[in-house]
Write a protein that binds this ligand. Sequence first.
Ligand code: 13P
Length: 255
Amino acid sequence: MDNRIPVVAANWKMNKTISEGKLFVEILNNKILYKPEVDIILCASYPLLFQMNLLLDSGNIQLGAQNMHWELSGPFTGEVSPLMLKSCGVQWVILGHSERRHLFHETDETIMKKVISALKSGIKPIFCVGEKIDERKSGRTEEVLERQLSGLLETINEVELNRFIFAYEPVWAIGTGENATPSQVKITHRFIRERISRRIPECLEKLRIIYGGSVNLDNAKELIEIEGVDGFLIGGASLEVESFEKIINIVKENE
Ligand code: 13P
């Protein structure tokens, strides 16, 4: 892999209580004693963030949220603002995750509002794109990704883009135990990299694109060896600290 720092990010989704999150961080902290050659990001649900941040003081592990509202404050019952996330020490936010798009009906427009607001607030986006199974089967993967990226490409400049991580997460591979094949991952990552760098050529070498969708201990080595894969966004296999740490080591060894 070029000189991009790889990423291993956990998306815990709606899992873990505060005490479970704290225990995970305590164990992982003891294993990651020195600044790792991998960016490790834990994306936890809102109630855990403040407590976890208190335990992540070494800076070896970074904190992420799974969503946010685009406004800084106001009458939006049940929502959480980027200012609130910042005050919990959050550095990253997952935006455009397929569960937000499809279960909670987020649109490309609202996702873009969140992206702009996150950047203004100093929170870096982990921007997810991915096609559904019928879209892949009917040969429309690139068309879907193009649409999901288009608002971003119209709006974002090079400096802002350098703060992103992109995640390719085929919807049909999420939580199904069926990861995309190495050739599907390679072709799709190349498409995303080329599409973005067509707009901002300076990004070609710098852009970090990670893969998500049924990553586990058995397939991590094969997936990280694929050209253009800069790490993982992991759901199920990030819930156990042992498997998560082993995947970090697999990514590290690939360097
Ligand atoms: P799984 O690893 O459980 O398939 O989830 C992937 C994902 O959605 C990460 O954001």
